[in-house]
Each structure stands twice: as structure tokens, then as C-alpha cells.
Design a protein around this ligand. Structure first.
Ligand code: RNT
Ligand code: ZN
Length: 423
């Protein structure tokens, strides 16, 4: 037993007692956390590169900065990195793939011709790992998206190409669901927008609605695949107008019974998605989240344990929404070790959820009902420093993953033995 592990259990027992005094069961919290499955994005592993090797810029307003050595160059490397990273994250999670991660055996397969066969290795590996897969159409990093328009493109031929891509991807999602026995979420996000003030905001939106209806025309068994649509406020190159705005997709999702995907970086800088969850879930049975961290803009920094993350987690837990929300991560940082970026973000998401599960929720609710806002604020602030870290350590320990910063040594070893050999 290491020195660290000998203190975990006693620290946990003290914390258990402390929380019990507030009417909170640490045991229940830990058991609940173990049921949460986070959709971890493949694209942190290779800077949103994918494996099409078209020499195309990523585009779509997505910007990955940094050139930390060791990025995955092949699907095998990416899978190996993901396995390593997830061995350092407690719980059982999912992998979120993009269409551009297809394996076409060196042949050029157009995006409107992709099928489940191009994801055979991913499926086989996911089966072996007992991993659920989620999916995304890739509407960027492509010559037909280079002018900033895809599904809302004025050219019907280009629109058709992207509609077919959308259709193909839903079928791939359904194949994931069927093969793995776990419902796939296929998330649709497009970059379409304008750098400068448009003369016509209406036209592209009318085209988009029609194109989306064509993408979703085929009924797919919702046990196999469900779809979400992700809006955005602005992007690099679409500062003045984004066709698929929040209002656009809110209306679309509600009227077409799709999931709405809320990305934490896709709103005004002081606007947070936490407050939207309980509203949107009045009208939709399920939603999806892209948990991200914008720094001054939609910069997709690694998710850290911020107040914003905490309030998202609190909303999910307080509202009892965990079974109606598909939590996904969406960030990409190429300036630090990419496995560490995965581990830090995923562990933070889980920490935030655990902290929310350990909230003296009943007591806070009662105080609010009684109109005692003084005590509510006092208790909320005291709750911040309750010994949640001891519960988190205990959860990591009993889940068989490194406790505290110990995971970093594993990443450093992997960097030395594996990543540093990639040139
Ligand atoms: C872009 C969206 C989208 C992408 C991924 C790679 O602003 O957030 O979700 O980040 O599809
Ligand atoms: Zn996103």
C-alpha cells in the first residue's frame, strides 16, 4: 500500500460523517456518479485532424493552436492513446467520433459515400472495449465547405452533396447502435455563416431548414441512433451571421423532435448554458451538451473546474436530468500533452458532477421555500469547502484509477515510451 492509499479510506470516512451531518449520503453520490457516461471526443487526440489526408485546412472557423509533440497520426495510435487516457478516468465512458475519422484503406471515399464499412475497425475495437460510440457529420475541412457554406449553400449541387453526407452519417450512427447495443448520438453542426453583414438572413435559413428535413427524412429506430443539432452564435469567418443560430435550432429541435446540443462556448461570453437546461427540457425529452471552455471567445480550452462547469453539473443533478442529457466534451488543445487534456477535462466533468451530488440539496431547497435566502446563501458558500476531495479520491481509488495527481506520472511515462517516438 502506498502512503497515499493508506490515507484515502480514513479521509473518506471523516468526509462521510461530515456530509451525513448535512443529510447527504456520500455512498449514494458515489454510486450515482458511477452510472454517468461521458461522451469523450476523439478530436482532442489529433487536433481535429481526422484521417482523410486531403491536405485540407480544418476551416469552418475551428482553430487549434499549439504543436505539442506526439499527436496521433493513425487510427491505431488514436485508439491506443484513448485507451491509455480512459484508463486514468473513473467510470465507463463513450467515444465520440467524427466522420473524418473514417478508415478507407488509402482509397479516397467521398463524404457522401461513407458507410459503416469505413468504420469497421472502430466498431470492432469498441466492441472489444465494451465502448459506446457517438458520431458527428463532418461539415468542415473539405473543398466543398471552403467558402463557408454547406447545407445552406446557394448551389443546389453542393447542398445535395452535404445532405447525402448527413444521411450517410445517420446510417453509420445506426450501425454503431446496432453493433454495440448502445444508442448512438449523431450530432450535426455546420459552420455556415458570413464574415460581414449579410444582405439576406432569411434565404440561407430557409435553405437550411429544407436541407435538414432532407437529412432527417429517413426514420431511424431511436434505439439505434438519435440526432442532435448544434447551434452557434459566431465563428472565425462567421462573425456577423451564423445560419444555424440558437433560435434556429431551438425551434428546429422542438418542431422535429430532435435533441438540441448546447455547446458551452456558443453563446455570448457572459451567457451560460446552465440556465438553459431546465427551460429546454420542458419542451424536449432529451438534450445533448458540448462541455467546453471559452476564454474570451469560443476558444475550446480544456475544461477546468470553473464555477460555470459547476453550475452546469448542479443543474443536471438538481433537476434530476442525468438520464435525459447526453454529456459530451468538446475542446481541443494542441499546446499540451493531448492525453492529459482528455484526462483533465473528463475528470473535471466528473468532479463537478460529484460535487453537485454532494450538495446539501434538500436543506437548500427547504431554506428557499421558507424564504430564508440568508441561510441559503450561507450554506451554499459553506458547501464549497466541504471535503469533497476525499470522496473523489475514494471514488478514483475504488474505481481502480490513479488518485489525485498520480495519473500524471502515467501520462509522462506514456509520453516517454510512446509519444516521444512519433515524429
Ligand atoms: C464547432 C462545434 C463542433 C465542433 C466539433 C469538432 O464550433 O462546437 O461541435 O467543435 O464538431
Ligand atoms: Zn461543439
Amino acid at each position: 500500500m502506498t502512503e497515499q492509499s493508506s490515507t484515502i479510506e480514513p479521509a473518506y470516512r471523516l468526509a462521510e460523517e461530515r456530509f451525513a451531518r448535512l443529510g447527504v449520503s456520500t455512498e449514494q453520490a458515489v454510486a450515482k456518479l458511477a452510472t454517468v457516461s461521458i461522451s469523450i471526443h476523439c478530436w482532442q487526440g489529433d487536433d481535429v485532424g481526422g484521417f482523410e489526408n486531403m491536405g485540407q485546412e480544418i476551416g469552418g472557423g475551428l482553430a487549434v493552436t499549439g504543436n505539442y509533440p506526439g499527436k496521433a497520426r493513425t487510427p491505431e495510435e488514436l485508439r491506443r492513446d484513448f485507451e491509455k487516457a480512459t484508463s486514468l478516468i473513473p467510470g465507463k465512458h463513450r467515444l465520440n467520433l467524427h466522420a473524418s475519422y473514417a478508415e478507407t484503406g488509402g482509397r479516397r471515399v467521398e463524404r457522401d459515400a461513407l458507410g459503416p464499412e469505413h468504420f469497421g475497425n472502430w466498431i470492432a475495437w469498441a466492441k472489444e472495449q465494451n465502448l459506446g460510440l457517438d458520431f458527428n457529420q463532418t461539415y468542415f475541412a473539405h473543398p466543398k465547405a471552403a467558402d463557408g457554406f454547406t447545407l445552406a449553400h446557394p448551389d443546389p449541387g453542393i447542398r445535395r452533396f452535404w445532405i447525402d453526407h448527413g444521411i450517410r452519417c445517420r446510417q453509420i450512427g445506426a450501425a454503431f447502435g446496432r453493433e454495440l447495443g448502445k444508442t448512438c448520438l449523431t450530432n450535426l453542426w455546420i459552420p455556415d455563416g458570413m464574415k460581414d453583414t449579410p444582405a439576406d438572413r432569411r434565404g440561407p435559413r430557409e435553405r437550411l431548414v429544407e436541407a435538414l428535413d432532407a437529412v432527417f427524412a429517413q426514420e431511424i429506430d431511436t434505439r439505434l441512433n438519435v440526432d442532435s443539432v448544434e447551434g452557434k452564435l459566431f465563428g472565425i469567418g462567421s462573425e456577423s451571421y451564423v445560419v444555424g443560430s440558437h433560435e434556429f435550432y431551438l425551434g428546429y429541435a422542438i418542431s422535429r423532435r430532435k435533441l438540441l446540443c448546447l455547446d458551452a462556448g456558443h453563446f455570448h461570453p457572459t451567457e451560460t448554458i446552465a440556465d438553459k437546461i431546465s427551460s429546454v427540457l420542458l419542451y424536449l425529452p432529451q438534450i445533448a451538451l458540448h462541455v467546453s471552455r471559452g476564454v474570451r471567445w469560443d476558444s475550446d480550452h480544456v475544461v477546468t473546474l470553473t464555477d460555470e462547469l459547476q453550475s452546469i453539473a448542479q443543474e443536471l443533478v438538481r433537476g434530476n436530468y442525468l438520464d435525459r442529457v447526453r454529456i459530451g466534451l468538446d475542446y481541443f488543445d494542441a499546446s499540451i500533452n493531448r492525453l492529459a487534456a482528455w484526462v483533465i477535462g473528463a475528470r473535471n466533468m466528473l468532479k463537478a458532477l460529484l460535487k453537485a451530488m454532494l450538495e446539501p440539496a434538500e436543506r437548500l431547497r427547504r431554506l428557499e421555500e421558507e424564504g430564508d435566502y440568508t441561510s441559503r446563501l450561507a450554506l451554499q458558500e459553506e458547501a464549497r469547502t466541504l471535503p469533497f476531495g476525499a470522496v473523489w479520491d475514494f471514488y478514483c481509488h475504488t474505481s481502480g484509477v490513479p488518485v489525485g495527481e498520480d495519473w500524471l506520472a502515467e501520462v509522462k511515462r506514456y509520453e516517454r515510451d510512446v509519444l516521444s517516438k512519433r515524429t
